[in-house]
Design a protein around this ligand. Structure first.
Ligand SMILES: Cc1cc2nc3c(=O)[nH]c(=O)nc-3n(C[C@H](O)[C@H](O)[C@H](O)COP(=O)(O)O)c2cc1C
Length: 170
């Protein structure tokens, strides 16, 4: 797909089907994620890929403990997706490194869409940062998670402010 089309057609997907996602597809997506720019080229990201259903269920249950209704939708996404990418980072300069990881996550979502893989960027996962650090024995900051899988349909485009609304010219 052309880059402009990939950007236009990326969506947050909250319904996945049962089609498994191959390891080589996940590796391909991560291969593009790590091409993103990073402050001082520190490449602060570290990925934990969870494909095991029992481990996904465990994470969904941990999150459900903190959950209101909006969080519960995300818990179900974690259960239903084919792979949950937990994105950790080594933080040296907080704002710089978190921006770097954000760029890396966006690359991940765009390459996924390019391959017809559906994705959801999950911020709610931060509610269980300490539990996940303990579970995976990592002394790193949790930044986000990304759910990956296949879907029967990508949702409609969600509304956006116009460029004029969010821009000022001097
Ligand atoms: C930093 C960040 C955190 C997000 N966290 C969640 C989340 O925990 N659960 C969820 O369902 N969607 C989450 N989203 C997805 C947004 O809700 C979604 O991007 C937004 O509504 C626009 O829809 P679109 O991505 O389909 O254009 C998150 C997005 C970002 C960028």
């Amino acid at each position: 797909m052309e880059l402009s089309k990939v950007i236009e057609e990326r969506r947050s997907v909250r319904h996945f089907n049962d089609k498994p996602i191959e390891r080589r597809v996940i590796e391909d997506i991560l291969g593009y994620a790590i091409l993103s720019p990073s402050a001082h080229n520190r490449q602060p990201w570290h990925f934990v890929i969870v494909r095991d259903s029992l481990v996904k269920e465990d994470i969904a249950l941990m999150l459900a403990d903190y959950g209101d209704e909006a969080v519960m939708v995300t818990c179900n996404v974690i259960r239903d997706c084919q792979a949950l990418v937990l994105v950790f980072a080594d933080i040296t300069e907080e704002v710089m490194d978190i921006q770097s990881v954000g760029a890396c996550i966006e690359n991940m979502l765009l390459r996924a869409r390019d391959l017809n893989v559906a994705s959801l960027w999950i911020g709610y996962i931060l509610k269980i940062e300490s539990e996940l650090k303990r579970k995976f024995s990592l002394e790193k900051r949790l930044i986000a998670a990304v759910a990956l899988g296949y879907t029967d349909h990508f949702p409609k485009k969600r509304p956006r402010k116009t460029v004029e609304e969010v821009t000022e010219w001097w």
